[in-house]
Design a protein around this ligand. Sequence first.
Ligand SMILES: *Cc1c(COP(=O)(O)O)cnc(C)c1O
Length: 550
Amino acid sequence: MADNTISTTTDLDTFEKVDESELSKFTKLSNFEVSAIFLQYAQNNLRDNRVINAGRGNPNWINTLSRAAFAKLVQFGIDESGNTFQRDDGVMAGYIESNGVADRVLNKLSDTDTVDQFIRSSIDYGANKLGFDKDAFVAELLNGVIGNNYPVPSRSLKYTEDILKQYLQKNLFKDADLADETDVFPTEGGTAAMVYLFQELSQSHILKPGDTIAINSPIFTPYLQIPELREYNLKIVKLAATEDENWQMTDEQMDVLKDPRIKAFFDVNPTNPAARAYSPHTLDKFKDVVKENPNLIVVTDDVYGTFADDYQSIYASIPENTLLVYSFSKLYGATGHRLGLIAMDKNNVCDKMIKEETAKDPEIKKEFDERYSMVVTEPEDMKFIDRTVADSRAIGLYHTSGLSTPQQIMMDLFAMNSLISGDVVDDYLVESKKLVNYRYHALWDEIGVNVDNSHGNTKYYTLVNIYDLVEKIHGADFAEYFRNHYSYLSFPYRLAREFGAVVMDASGFGANEGYVRISLANLTSADYRDLAHCMKTLIDEYYLEFRANK
Ligand SMILES: *Cc1c(COP(=O)(O)O)cnc(C)c1O
């Protein structure tokens, strides 16, 4: 088979070679693991097709400008370190002298080079818009990129925190003015942010074993798996959004959150896998919810926030109840860097609950005193976010708990793409949204079904209901046969085994069986057309089998 063409001949002989008996082994595995196994099948697919892997959420584009600026700053940092002392052969130098460093760096920048202009605009933005001391800011950038000091303060570098707050303000908070009252803890990706928050909610007794939490499903699988671990042992109430409601939670589902027995609500917004942002109506409903359940903790994972038009986070509606997780992984193609953060309001329900519990329960007061007196003189007053930092490094290593400084500066530089363009949306974001949008339409156009073009649809992923599609193409009788004769994993399995195309089972995310998730992040639009073609051909094969057996 020529490398680029995809064979989609309808081929019953191929079909008969596929053995589905082992599929039952996979039903307990996480859908991420199943997808990895199906990828191996795809690599040896029966048609010898090139592999089309639409399972991956990792983007196939990167932001180059910030990376180029990072590389330049590393060299500037090395040069500046040479001003204090330097060995003749250049392999060793001293430390950076902050005095006058901004002008020395600005003087090296040309007016025509794109990367130099970006660095200049970033320094200007810090100095003029955020009122940073120029030398101190440039010194933080240069010391940070070369990584010559422990991260101090532990939670976040000073100017980095301000930049991240402005980034969140512009992209996630919108017209709710919250930057000044927000604290930020940069972490090793959204992954670490999630882990630290689960740990800390448990450590501070805000979530106790046996407590009930609610989750907006379908959802990124770890949010279903982590609460069930022995160390958390939480009961989960799933608020399952459906396609009929355009993947939005209904008012009745929102009302469930008003019950004070629901201690926390975990959500991904815009959702993964459904890729929809909460409507303004839903965001408003959260205000009613916390009137009746004032201690409700909302953990919102806004990794895809920038991909929705006019996006606003739950954090903007109920900041005091919300713990915000963000990651630079997806938009900037930076999954290998591990760049994420936790943000929370300075005035928040977690701190209030810790205070109340310590006042009420001498055992808990004693526990907190013993635990945190190693690192602070007033353990009771230690804020939830600082406890999160300390507990992320088993308290004893609080003084070295900060995120690696080059990672923090990389986040600054990604954030600057957005910030230096002022009130308007930056070109890089516009282009990223266009990419996934174009691919989404290539896929659905080829499948031949109308799509949802509403504002809240980010199009980063899409869910396909295979049962509906089967019915649409070959009618209700066949659809019923298809449901009854094959495992829900049959379709993604055969698609991989026979055609070399990988899609993800979405029931692992908590969607109904029969849904598969297709990521629009990782392939070309031509690939998505080919994928749609393979899917339709596979459905025809099942149909031939149905006809042959009738
Ligand atoms: C991809 C993804 C993440 C991962 O973030 P990292 O920063 O790469 O760890 C977190 N949450 C959701 C919902 C994701 O889809």
